[in-house]
Design a protein around this ligand. Structure first.
Ligand SMILES: *Cc1c(COP(=O)(O)O)cnc(C)c1O
Length: 423
């Protein structure tokens, strides 16, 4: 496998692998999500290279992109799955995932979700509060089972030195404070419905350096030693997901670099016998997908130029939600001049927040096709029907072939299950 991007220009037309994106847009319409199977495999391979014979379980954080074709690809490659809902559990089981490779994260697990996961026999519940632990104990006992448990601790990694961290801080809703963890583990050890198997954290997303992971690891190691002193021995250590990708000019953290550092530290503390779990989402799918959209109108004013396209915040929410930056690439680029205008690329939704990119120099004409790059993670999965817009179709390219992995939704289906009150 080559490491070049599967999205590249061939004879003036942007392709996904060997398939022209212009052709896909003609065949399937826009907005259209296009994924590259090769890119998924390439991203997976970088974790395999990093694992290099060590006891590492990579559980794909499937909320990034949970299309069955994507899940099935990762299952075939040997991935486990990190799920955050009963719905995601059902998707994982639908592609034949091995429950013994599924970890269940999330702050708000409901009783039915716990039951479904116990029934399936998941590897581990990543428990995020003492309340949840009590409920899980009850539910498991009610089923005559024991729930395998890891406590998600919040290592309170310093945000000032690592600005991209957003979920590993004290003021955050996720996990339990690391100072409380020993006490809660001791409580868990008294519960008949609970079997302690590990510890986990997930400190944030789009992290591009190893340092925050290593800070968190250091704190987890202290906890693991304290637990051992109290007779609580763990089987695995889960460092979560969060590895960044290149949206613009970031240098992503290679899994190998992270894993080498992690195992060096574990060995130093005689803990390399622990299984290591990672839960990458974005880094496995983000750069494996683009969102294709067609320019509907160009609108020029003194203050600003707008390219109004047929994709919108309901298709790709990240710009609106996080002010995220996505590269915008014309599928058939026109020559640029110094006075080529700069555009805000916006959708048709009735919200000022409905934009996909801002202030981009683009040589555009009505009808041109644009590719919103790096849209393979947190793209389709965050999409909605807002403004009664059917959701985009999804296509997976594999070499010179393209497979529709989810057809465009039809308008009737949007409200087919709604009902009016009786007269
Ligand atoms: C979202 C999430 C992930 C995946 O995060 P990425 O930044 O996409 O790698 C992993 N673990 C948990 C608990 C999550 O909530």
């Amino acid at each position: 496998m080559t490491t070049s991007s599967p999205f590249a220009l061939h004879q003036g037309v942007l392709h996904a692998e060997q398939v022209s994106l212009a052709k896909l847009a003609r065949q399937h319409g826009t907005p259209l999500y296009v994924y590259s199977r090769h890119a998924l495999r390439q991203a997976w391979q970088s974790f395999q290279d990093g694992a290099a014979g060590r006891d590492v379980l990579v559980c794909y954080g499937m909320k990034a992109n949970s299309n069955l074709a994507v899940l099935n690809e990762f299952r075939q490659l040997g991935a486990g799955f990190d799920i955050v809902s009963g719905g995601e559990l059902a998707r994982a089981l639908a592609v034949g995932a091995d429950p013994a490779r599924i970890v269940f994260s999330g702050v708000g697990k409901q009783v039915w979700e716990m039951q479904a996961a116990l029934e399936a026999g998941v590897k581990c519940f990543n428990v995020e509060s003492e309340d949840e632990l009590r409920r899980l104990d009850e539910v498991a006992q009610g089923m005559g089972r024991q729930a395998p448990v890891s406590l998600r601790v919040n290592p309170d990694v310093d945000a000032h030195t690592h600005p991209y961290i957003s979920t590993g801080l004290k003021e955050n809703k996720f996990g339990v404070a690391i100072e409380d963890a020993l006490r809660i583990y001791q409580h868990a050890a008294t519960m008949d419905g609970i079997r302690i198997v590990g510890v986990d954290c997930h400190i944030g997303s789009q992290i591009t350096e190893a340092a925050p992971y290593m800070d968190a690891l250091g704190k987890l190691i202290d906890l693991i030693k304290a637990l051992a002193d109290h007779g609580i021995v763990l089987h695995h250590l889960d460092l979560g997901g969060g590895l960044g990708i290149r949206y613009t000019d970031e240098t992503p953290l290679a899994p190998r670099i992270l894993l080498d550092q992690v195992f060096q530290t574990l060995e130093k503390h005689a803990l390399a016998n622990l299984q290591l779990i990672l839960e990458p989402g974005r880094s496995l799918t983000g750069n494996a997908g683009v969102l294709l959209t067609t320019v509907q109108y160009l609108k020029h004013s003194d203050a600003r130029n707008f390219a109004i396209v047929d994709a919108a915040m309901n298709d790709l929410l990240r710009p609106t939600l996080y002010e995220a930056w996505h590269n915008v690439q014309p599928v058939q680029p026109r020559p640029m001049q110094d006075d080529t205008p700069r555009y805000d690329v916006v959708g048709p939704v009735c919200e000022s927040g409905d934009w996909l990119a801002r202030d981009r120099q683009l040589a555009l004409e009505q009808g041109d096709l644009l590719a919103i790059m790096s849209a393979g993670a947190y793209g389709f999965t965050m999409s909605s029907h807002y403004n009664s817009r059917p959701r985009a179709a999804e296509v997976m390219v594999d070499g010179d072939r393209a497979h529709v992995v989810r057809p465009r939704e039809n308008i009737q289906a949007l409200f087919a299950s709604e009902a009016m009150l009786p007269d």
